[in-house]
Design a protein around this ligand. Sequence first.
Ligand code: ACO
Length: 432
Amino acid sequence: MSTTDLKLEAKAKLTLEDKEYELPVVKGSESEVGIDITKLRNISGAITLDSGYANTGSCQSAITFIDGERGILRYRGYPIEELAEKSNFIEVAYLLIYGFLPTKAQLDDFHYKLTHHSLLHEDMKKFFEGFPPTAHPMGILSAMVSSLSAFYPEAGYNADIELNIIRLIAKLNTIAAFSYKKSIGQPYVYPQNHLSYAADFLHMMFSVPTEPYEVPKALEDALDLLLILHADHEQNCSTSTVRMVGSSEANLFASISAGICALWGPLHGGANQQVITMLQKIQDDGGDYKKYVNLAKDKESKFKLMGFGHRVYKNFDPRARILKHAADRVLSELGIKDPMLDIAKNLEDIALKDDFFVERKLYPNVDFYSGIIYRAMGIPTNMFTVMFALGRLPGWIAQWKEMRETPGVRIYRPRQIFIGETQRSYVPISKR
Ligand code: ACO
């Protein structure tokens, strides 16, 4: 029986030794089915074990829907392809956080607030001075977001939270650009209220006091698209981290700072940096991409095709499909010929025909082509994951807010199956 046909009143049955337990079934609006084990330990004494949480639903959410088998991604019901073509990042942020598409007046007000909160407290500039120039911008980003809680403490009132949400989106752009300026020893460039979110970021990155940077429209649009495509992805590693930390009622800034750290890892958002490092290595090695596909198939080598594979997508990641076309478009609009784009396409072609990748349903993910566009924008490789964080911020906020507003949410506290020593007596050091 397919799960689509399952009736709401259906029950799951679990037999443990000679006893049978009935467990309620939860059905989502897209017919996803979950077995509710909330009471399992109380009734049976057993827990479930699910390494990597691959089969565990940690919450019920109305924000983002993914069907990984069919390559579908929707924010609040709207297909990612439509939003990518017709919307802009600020509107998508509003949609994710508040649940509906804003009217013109609501959007104008949101944009006004975002631009009028984009300055950093001048004292925060001193923090940047303490970091060595070699500091990774993700480390700076998470530290600065966490320290926002010192400047804007949240007393737990909704009005504070709403304002802190605005402050965080507005200031992350500025913090991200300042961390880059710090790393190259240039003076910080302040935000400009008349620019869009994407254009303002590029202005703060590339303007210098002696010469303002005229943001090319092609780059502004490309960055806006990248931010939309990264804006949410339901219960991934960093989002679950944000919810985990937020479940202890930690403040917004602390929760998002934790999410930034989770995103940093090479198996998650850090993959976009690793993809370019990998493509560069292949190029330096003479462009023999087949050799690297073979290496990825050899488990002994520990080499993976970065930007390939996904826990949820067992089909094309729809974001990767959009970005592949965007990479072609942006590079041609800018008149750039990047040999890495050819290497990436060749890698994709050969991997998609290879039995190893076909059997495991490994497709390019969102990180595979994004780095090529960031490179074309002049963004340095170690800033790529920061770009991901900028895009993902509205999703993290929406998920954190949804959790805070859901009645009855409990602190996240998984259990374990203990496999260590059973009780034994302490041995004095003289007798060991
Ligand atoms: N290259 C080679 N083999 C791979 C790759 C890859 N990129 N990804 C998965 N596989 C293989 C695994 O070795 C495994 O093979 P096996 O069944 O013979 O043991 C099989 O495919 C299944 O992979 P898992 O690691 O079990 O899949 P999981 O869901 O745990 O991991 C992940 C998903 C982390 C994304 C993985 O595919 C990976 O490491 N990819 C490269 C890093 C990357 O691009 N990360 C970004 C993901 S998107 C995002 O977070 C924004």
